[in-house]
Ligand binder design. Structure first.
Ligand SMILES: Cc1cc2nc3c(=O)[nH]c(=O)nc-3n(C[C@H](O)[C@H](O)[C@H](O)COP(=O)(O)OP(=O)(O)OC[C@H]3O[C@@H](n4cnc5c(N)ncnc54)[C@H](O)[C@@H]3O)c2cc1C
Length: 335
């Protein structure tokens, strides 16, 4: 275990924001955890941090930050068609995906190259290219931060939805996930290439988990900024979901509004399009701006503070509301 007192959070978040943590523990051994947590009186001041790729620090953190680094992957059940794997929360998500691809296990190929740790994947039900974590999720194990009691939540208990789960609502900041179980395919893979870019490049080719993963990596590398060079947390906002009457009124004013039907009465509108239409294309304000290839991504171009990044995001939010009467919701967690 590594102990950091009054340390900079800069290398612990992909926005590269230089706020401070009073106490940060890098924990690689789960058996140390209960001991550490039992000594912490104010359980509401514990923050579990993974790779810091979905969190914006706007001030110093005065409580205890646990940076989980426990490692391990094991097959706990398998038959001819499927395999149930348990992956430790501290494993890097993309390293795990590459391991699955190497073994020709299907289900995670569309989720290649998403930054962060396995333990954070259920928090916002990570998703990309038509697939969400919930499609392969079996359960997750962990500790309740207040009582230190152990839990194992099955899929239905996690209340997964678009970029959210029970861990972002009722149980927000109340749990520490130590491992995740995923049910992957071994044969008869359910390939999903419905997403436009994948479809164009892979239609009429012989599909494999490796081929889809490689294509996803290629597209993501060309479209998304690498946090090593430009501090960012991927999409800052969720794509807003509006009902059909709102969608109709949008179409009356803006006939080209890109949308995707979610169910009988709801449409998901492209937040990137709303941002572009509102004049934020390539917009930069000192150290902060939107990414040239993807306006949903807000960039720290230098040494921006968390508040500079947040204020820029709020400006986008206000403008979208005044132009379209749509309230954008942050995907990134603001601290
Ligand atoms: C370039 C880029 C592209 C991205 N693309 C996508 C994408 O395509 N799809 C997508 O869904 N996301 C995407 N993201 C967002 C991000 O990668 C995911 O949300 C990821 O799951 C965050 O993992 P993390 O370990 O960095 O979590 P952190 O940012 O460290 O934490 C996020 C939240 O989870 C909580 N948390 C973390 N670990 C645990 C744990 N073990 N137990 C309990 N709570 C925990 C934290 O307290 C915090 O509330 C992208 C980010 C970047 C930078």
């Amino acid at each position: 275990m590594k102990i950091h007192r009054n340390c900079s959070l800069k290398k612990f978040n992909t926005f590269s924001v230089d706020e401070k943590a009073q106490l940060l523990l890098e924990v690689d051994n789960i058996s140390d955890l209960a001991n550490i947590l039992s000594k912490q009186n104010r359980k509401d001041e514990i923050l579990v941090l993974g790779g810091g790729s979905n969190i914006l620090f706007t001030k110093s953190y005065d409580g205890l930050i646990i940076n989980l680094k426990n490692k391990g992957k094991k097959i706990i059940q398998e038959d001819e068609n499927s395999v149930l794997v348990e992956v430790s929360a501290g494993e890097n998500w993309h390293d795990f995906v590459l391991w699955a691809i190497k073994n020709d296990f299907g289900g995670v190929e569309n989720l290649s190259l998403i930054p962060g740790k396995v333990g954070a994947a259920p928090i916002q039900n990570i998703g990309a290219y038509g697939v969400e974590l919930k499609d392969i999720f079996y359960s997750c194990k962990g500790l309740m931060l207040d009582s230190l009691s152990e839990f194992e939540f099955k899929k239905t208990e996690c209340k997964f939805d678009y970029r959210t789960s029970i861990f972002k609502s009722t149980l927000k900041n109340k749990t520490l996930i130590t491992s995740v179980k995923l049910l992957l395919t071994k044969s008869a893979h359910n390939f999903n290439i419905d997403y436009k870019d994948l479809n164009i490049n892979l239609l009429n080719t012989e599909l494999s988990v490796k081929k889809i993963s490689d294509e996803v990596i290629k597209i993501r590398t060309s479209k998304l900024p690498n946090p090593k060079f430009f501090g960012n947390c991927g999409s800052f906002f969720k794509n807003p979901i509006v009902n059909s009457s709102k969608y109709k009124s949008l179409l009356d004013k803006f006939p080209n509004t890109p949308a995707h039907k979610v169910d009988a009465d709801n449409y998901k509108i492209s937040a990137a399009w709303l941002i572009d239409q509102s004049g934020f294309k390539n917009k930069k304000d000192k150290n902060v701006g939107v990414y040239e290839n993807q306006p949903l991504v807000i960039i720290n171009y230098g040494s921006a503070t968390g508040n500079e990044l947040l204020n820029f995001a709020l400006k986008i939010k206000e403008t979208i509301y005044s132009n379209f009467e749509i309230e954008l919701e942050e995907e990134v967690i603001i601290m």
